[in-house]
Design a binder for this molecule. Sequence first.
Ligand code: COI
Length: 358
Amino acid sequence: MLGELDISLEKAGELKQKPADDNLGFGQHFSDHMFLMEWSRKQGWNNARICPYHKFEMDPASTVLHYGQAIFEGLKAYRGKDDQVFLFRPEDNFTRMNEGAVRMSMPRIPVDKVMQALKALLYLDREWIPKVEGASLYIRPTLIGVDQYLGLKPADQYLFYIILCPVGAYYAEGFNPTKIFVSTDYVRAVKGGVGHVKTAGNYAASLLASEEAKKAGYTQVLWLDACERKYIEEVGTSNIFFVLGDQVITPPLGGSILPGITRDSVLKLVSSWGYQVEERPVSIDEILESAADGRLKESFATGTAAVISPVGELFYNNQTHLINKGVTGGLSQRLFDELQAIQNGEQEDSFKWTVRVG
Ligand code: COI
């Protein structure tokens, strides 16, 4: 047992070969251990354990495989000076996961216990936290329904687990302007649905559009609203921002877009820097008109995996529209530098976002 936690610990007999920190890519390597716990309607959460990373044996009838009861989170651990390890707003991720669990008729996770388990897991696998600048340890908490039952109802049994994955930049472009395809054929989510939940099906539903965009030479898709195909929602797996004159604008959280933690951090940072910030509906026409008349200064996407990703070009209805001449804007660069410095513990954290774990 680990202290008073009632979390058992089984260490891996043999440790894996670690990849080189300067060539990690995203999502390809997994650390030596994982955290796992089970939930049943009778017992609640039980059998919490840190154990060697391993494959699951699953019943082919498992609820998650048929009816998609699956939600996940993405957060990162950073190695700062003197080998100190930091997490960035981890409780916000687990709170968001619990909000998603309610929408998906799944059990809520005990945030305090999961935080303690995560810290213990990170301590055990601390050598997996990359040492090079720009790389980090991506943390993927996941909750799935695992009943052996084909009738449609919320599962009676669930698995919650956390796996760890050393990562570099999410996009091949790194921190360089991306080319974005505005989708007019497909939509991502509708209000009243589950667009605000980090649930697996949202990502599956986005794949065809993003594959088509990639084939046409674009990094990602910009989603428009499902009703009028007029208002901007998200870009790929990230939230989107525009700098119009002195204003920083992002679409409001209305139920169809993800309440990003990086989005919230950017809103707070730019307000504290004196920018006028607006969360309001923004149409694709407004953006293209302001790109043409020079009011649109820059645009960037925000997310845990990609952090800040400048947008250099939008392709809409067979026309290309350059943003900031296709180069990274000053605010994108400032936000990227500032967020990284806070996350690595190099910059004063006046918002109290970072949690030191070692
Ligand atoms: C994240 O930004 O953490 C995500 O979950 C996006 C994922 C597709 C990598």
